[in-house]
Write a protein that binds this ligand. Structure first.
Ligand SMILES: N[C@@H](CCC(=O)N[C@@H](CS)C(=O)NCC(=O)O)C(=O)O
Length: 205
């Protein structure tokens, strides 16, 4: 049984969507980052950078236990282990997934989190930062929208690349900016939202 160290944030939902899509048995270990539980010494041994999500699988490669942090690594692991096409085996298809998966982890979510801080959570309102990160987020939403004009999913069939892009599209695209200017992204968002695994992942924990 996989232990998923989770909290209700964009990266937490990515990992939970991936484990739900994988069909693998898992249980949630809630790490409440608002209460600084990510700094507990036991948790730092799993996630040295005090971040959620993390995962421990007692049945990792070769039957040995494996412990993982970083959402992208977790998504790749679950995609490979489940063998359901979430992370393709064909080298060219895999590289296509990689570039969008890395875009999701390294660019989209990282910058969307800065938008979220200045737009929502920062008690001090800084108009120049709000303007800057709104423009950055809109630029990325435009990038995603243009790609989806000619692709049903980000990288071939539905994959971990789509999972990597969904939570911030939902949280900041739909809820904060609105997707009226991004019709292809809206179509894709609604298709991912309708997946049973997405609904379970965003449901009660
Ligand atoms: N690069 C990391 C970022 C993870 C991350 O940003 N986690 C946030 C929540 S979404 C967190 O745990 N923050 C608590 C902290 O930094 O102490 C990943 O992709 O997993």
């Amino acid at each position: 049984m996989i232990d998923l160290y989770f909290f209700t944030t964009d990266n937490g939902y990515k990992a939970r969507q991936a484990v739900e899509e994988s069909g693998l048995a898992y249980q949630i270990k809630l790490v409440n980052i608002r209460e600084r539980q990510q700094f507990a010494p036991d948790y730092l041994r799993i996630s040295p950078g005090h971040k959620i999500p993390a995962l421990v699988d007692p049945e990792g490669p070769g039957g040995a236990s494996i412990s993982l942090f970083e959402t992208g690594a977790i998504l790749k692991y679950l995609g490979e282990k489940s063998r359901k096409g979430l992370y393709p085996t064909d080298p060219v298809k895999r590289l296509n997934v990689d570039q969008w998966l890395f875009y999701g982890s390294a660019s989209f979510t990282t910058l969307a989190q800065q938008f979220g801080f200045f737009y929502q959570r920062n008690p001090e309102k800084v108009p120049s930062a709000i303007k800057h990160y709104t423009e950055v987020l809109r630029d990325m939403l435009g990038t995603l929208d243009r790609h989806l004009a000619s692709h049903e999913y980000f990288a071939g069939d539905f994959s971990v690349a789509d999972i990597s892009m969904y939570p911030d599209t939902h949280l900041h695209g739909v809820n904060d900016i609105g997707l009226a200017d991004y019709p292809n992204l809206r179509r894709w968002h609604d298709a991912i939202e309708a997946r049973p695994a997405t609904r379970r992942a965003w449901g009660p924990h």
